[in-house]
Design a protein around this ligand. Structure first.
Ligand code: SAM
Length: 242
């Protein structure tokens, strides 16, 4: 008879979305902090073993307390260090990094890739525009195998990246700059939270989009996304007022 876990941390929608995209024998969570994701991954049987990596001592101490409370010190190995540096090459099949900026996550993945430590699959959730992550993945040889938006303070982007050769087919015939900013798979599936993302971007860039300014390029990408979706700027205004 199995005894139910005494401590099962509650994950928010963004970490639930990340969890649903992970299935591995050994997984590594970078910037693990409260260790909620590794604990639930093991408790739900989505991974057999997890390595939690944390740069800073106070969150690492919190992770150790949480893992001990869940009775999972044998399955969750916590290590202090920067990015993928504490991971041996080939040690984990997949990696996650969540709750940070896209630029920070892309830099950590790239350093890990150059050191030969980046596994073939990564699931990431950034707190800002995922543009730099999508750009990085195309150059680094990782295809966007899945993506979603999770409810929260704002729609949080969640991306699953899988190492593959050649050009990522997810982008296909989509307007590239729009797809890089708003997500090729999100555009194709007309994700329900995309309207809010586009409304926010339109509201930010339309007032500042004089010719030659960076906001003009951003606005052009918003308008290209709208054209692909068959929506108008008026549709977005209704979204912003609701
Ligand atoms: C905002 S918290 C997010 C915690 C958790 N991943 C989540 O999504 O709820 C970011 C954590 O990443 C850690 N961190 C930041 N940069 C890191 C790096 N280069 N390597 C390892 N951990 C890092 C921070 O110390 C912090 O505990």
């Amino acid at each position: 008879m199995t005894t139910p876990p005494t401590f099962a941390p509650r994950l928010d929608a963004r970490l639930e979305a990340v969890l649903s995209l992970i299935q591995a024998d050994t997984h590594a969570d970078i910037g693990t902090d409260h260790a909620g994701l590794p604990i639930r991954l093991v408790q739900l049987g989505r991974v057999r073993r997890c390595i939690g990596i944390e740069l800073n001592a106070p969150p690492l101490a919190l992770a150790r307390r949480q893992v001990a409370r869940a009775g999972l010190s044998g399955q969750i190995d916590l290590r202090q260090g920067d990015g993928l540096a504490p991971l041996q090459p080939g040690e984990a099949e997949s990696v996650s990094m969540t709750g940070l900026g896209a630029g920070t996550i892309a830099a950590v993945l790239e350093r890990g890739r150059q050191a030969g430590r980046l596994p073939a699959r990564a699931v990431v959730q950034c707190n800002d525009s995922p543009l730099s992550l999508r750009r990085w993945a195309r150059v680094a040889g990782y295809w966007l195998s899945a993506e979603t938006l999770a409810h929260g303070h704002w729609p949080y982007p969640v991306l699953a990246l899988t190492r593959a050769a050649g050009t990522d087919p997810a982008y296909g015939d989509l307007p590239l700059e729009a797809a890089l900013r708003f997500g090729p798979r999100l555009l194709r599936e007309r994700h329900p939270l995309l309207r809010r993302v586009l409304a926010d971007a339109y509201g930010r860039y339309a007032p500042a989009a004089a010719p030659g300014r960076p906001a003009a390029d951003e606005l052009a990408a918003v308008l290209a996304a709208l054209e692909y979706l068959g929506w108008t700027a008026r549709d977005l205004q209704e979204e912003r007022q609701s």
